[in-house]
Design a protein around this ligand. Sequence first.
Ligand code: NAD
Length: 302
Amino acid sequence: MSATLIRGTEIRDEILKEIKAEVDRIKEEHGVVPGLVTILVGEDPASVSYVTAKIRTAQGLGYKEVQDNRSEDIAEEELLSLIEKYNRDESIHGILVQLPLPKHVDEKRVLNAVDPDKDVDGFHPVNVGRLMIGGSEVKFPPCTPAGIQELIVRSGVETEGAEVVVVGRSNIVGKPIANMLLQKAPGANATVTVAHTRTRDLAYHCKRADILIVAAGVPGLVKPEWLKPGACVIDVGVNRVGEKISEKTGKKVAILKGDVDFDKAKEIAGYITPVPGGVGPMTITMLMRNTLNSLKFHLGIA
Ligand code: NAD
């Protein structure tokens, strides 16, 4: 048996098309576009490349995009007043502070300064609380978990009553996706187990999963023999396991592997995400959707 591949790039393109159509319609009817500011402190190459990808996507959708790059030695108070400025700016609906921040800055203090109604990353405690309550309380689900839920739903995988096992309990992936899938809501209603480093028998839990979501950051952690035949496997892990020369550019690029042994797992699973090209492309897409939704909340049309 060979699993159906859940192609994140195709689902991303489909969602971006939907977002663009909505942005065009809102622009015509209300004369406004979503506004997103990206705040980048310093020049960490990975952060620069993430921010560049976010900016390009926002521009492609016709968003107002403000890039606010600051030097590594910015004072914490200056960063806080910058955030306050964008909190008050009515043309900005989403504020994104690229992490990590330099060590002299209190990351928590900075993130908590973002207006929860512009917190399109969904990391502010108010939005974490809203997510926990569920239903109409939810404004900005965090982007990677929201992307995972879209991949599952758009692939036609039934979540209602499904045994979902999440491996990993981080605040950005494991905990929020577990919380989202247990809600009384369409695309959820699952029975969720969260496994982590102190879990006694990881194999036992994985074997029970109709939907297995692995976000541990350990290459090959989940063995193919731990999979229930026909299960839906969402591999969130992105692990750099070496380097190769890109055929396209001739430049050195990282070899990426997930937390699941893809080649063997695809013979047992019913659905599976590849790495790269599975969950990865969804994160920025969901950031764009949260920013659009922020504008809709602002206009009272959500
Ligand atoms: P994290 O390091 O914060 O958390 C990892 C979690 O996995 C921890 O809760 C830990 O308890 C659990 N874990 C680790 N080893 C384990 C083991 N041997 N057995 C059971 N549980 C174990 O990581 P994170 O930020 O949640 O990210 C997880 C992975 O997902 C990373 O590879 C990361 O790069 C990737 N990721 C991808 C995207 C994306 O594609 N857009 C976004 C976020 C994270």
